[in-house]
Write a protein that binds this ligand. Structure first.
Ligand code: NAD
Length: 385
């Protein structure tokens, strides 16, 4: 099913131009009345700012290649695609960046949910392996690609930049090359809020300059966004890059702060807090991210970069309070200096995600942490210890 959206599009540039023009004219007349009319104009634009429907929404059955499908986000996306009736082809190299048992467990869970189901195929392989991936595309012929595989993590990328260049830049380019050759209808990939690392703004918006990445990981994601534009330009590959903001939830990555905090607080172990606790993150619950990813898969835009976050920041101190409340224990905290490469503040402006995808985060931090703690206590501890 598809339809054409006829909603009026108001671009930021048009809005700014009109506001500037209006402001200049009014300034000539009276500086007092100017601020009123400026406000009125902004309000009238806000009223006209309606949900911009996608020009083409495909809700039909799909065969989706999910790279990194054994990982945190990829396995949740695969589960959601299968649940709605799509076919899923997973490819994952199962690297040992963190405990491989977690990834095995993620795949096992999918196999048990869909035993003998022809809709699920799992491949263990490297997306950078040209022959392997060519054979996979020839055999499976996926028409939709959801590229979640990557070397993630800011700090390890400073230790081993070449590994990140390989998996992230070479891997993504290899996939886009195959995607255009095999006529893929939509290529959705995971970028990251890390690209805003060098930004001075407080509310990160997609059209701001992100030419100052402060870690090899961030630079690799920015490079993927640039190459994605190239593939759109040269071959008209439909590409959407989603900048995720600190994702947490059940089956979350053990190298990330949300998991580490829950783990260490519940085990009564000391945890390291980098900085004075005032640094702030936009923590996004996994179900909201999955919702955004599925919405992006259904809407083949030509080339878009879109933030996916909760849209509000939480300080580390506040985050720890919520963790302690749900774990039911007091944290033992060791305070250390800020880490190089870490952005002090990340908060997503998610209005583009709302306009283009109809996305808005639904899970509060309190609810999300409670669900994560439940998973940690009732599932994770059973196989991890
Ligand atoms: P993850 O490490 O759990 O999952 C990534 C998966 O990709 C892993 O299972 C890994 O084995 C696989 N992989 C890595 N290199 C590969 C290769 N060359 N070939 C095949 N498979 C390979 O990480 P995640 O948290 O699920 O992240 C998913 C995506 O989202 C990544 O692209 C990451 O950079 C991005 N992202 C995540 C977050 C977050 O907070 N989790 C934030 C911003 C961006």
């Amino acid at each position: 099913m598809h339809f054409n959206g006829g909603d009026q599009i108001i671009t930021t540039t048009a809005l700014e131009n009109d506001l500037q023009k209006n402001e200049k004219e009014k300034l000539k007349q009276s500086s007092k009345s100017n601020s009123n009319s400026f406000q009125q104009l902004r309000q009238s634009y806000n009223k006209r700012r309606v949900h911009r429907a996608s020009p083409y929404i495909d809700t039909g059955h799909k065969k989706v290649l999910v790279t990194g499908g054994a990982g945190f986000v990829g396995s949740h996306v695969a589960e959601a695609l299968l649940a709605r009736g799509d076919d899923v082809v997973i490819v994952d190299v199962m690297n040992d960046y963190y405990d491989v048992r977690i990834k095995e467990n993620n795949l096992q869970r999918l196999r048990e949910m869909y035993p003998d189901d022809k809709r699920l195929a799992i491949y263990r392989g490297d997306i950078c392996d040209e022959d392997y991936m060519l054979q996979l595309f020839e055999k499976e012929r996926p028409q939709w690609v959801c590229h979640m595989a990557a070397r993630a993590g800011v700090r390890p990328s400073i230790q081993d930049p070449l590994l990140y260049i390989h998996s992230n830049i070479q891997g993504t380019t290899q996939l886009m090359e195959l995607s255009h050759k095999f006529g893929v209808k939509n290529f959705v990939f995971a970028s990251s809020s890390s690209v805003y690392g060098g930004s001075k703004s407080t509310f990160f918006t997609e059209d701001e300059n992100v030419d100052n990445p402060i870690s090899p990981y961030a630079a690799s994601k920015k490079a993927c966004e640039l190459l994605a534009y190239t593939y759109h330009h040269l071959y008209q590959l439909n590409v959407t890059g989603l900048r995720f903001f600190t994702v947490y939830g059940p089956r979350g990555r053990p190298d990330m702060a949300p998991f580490k905090f829950i783990d260490r607080v519940s085990r009564g172990l000391e945890l390291q807090q980098f900085g004075d606790g005032s640094s702030s993150r936009d923590y996004t619950y996994i179900d909201d991210i999955v919702d955004g990813v599925l919405r992006a898969i259904n809407r083949p835009y030509k080339y878009e970069i879109i933030n996916l976050g909760k849209g509000s920041g939480t300080s580390l101190r506040e985050f720890l309070d919520i963790v302690q409340k749900h774990v039911g224990k007091k944290a033992i905290i060791k305070i250390l200096p800020d880490q190089p490469g870490d952005a002090p503040y990340t908060c997503a402006n998610v209005s583009k995600a709302y306009d283009l995808l109809g996305y808005s985060a639904a899970v509060s931090l309190d609810e999300g942490i409670q669900r994560t703690v439940d998973w940690y206590m009732n599932e994770y501890r059973k196989y991890a210890y």
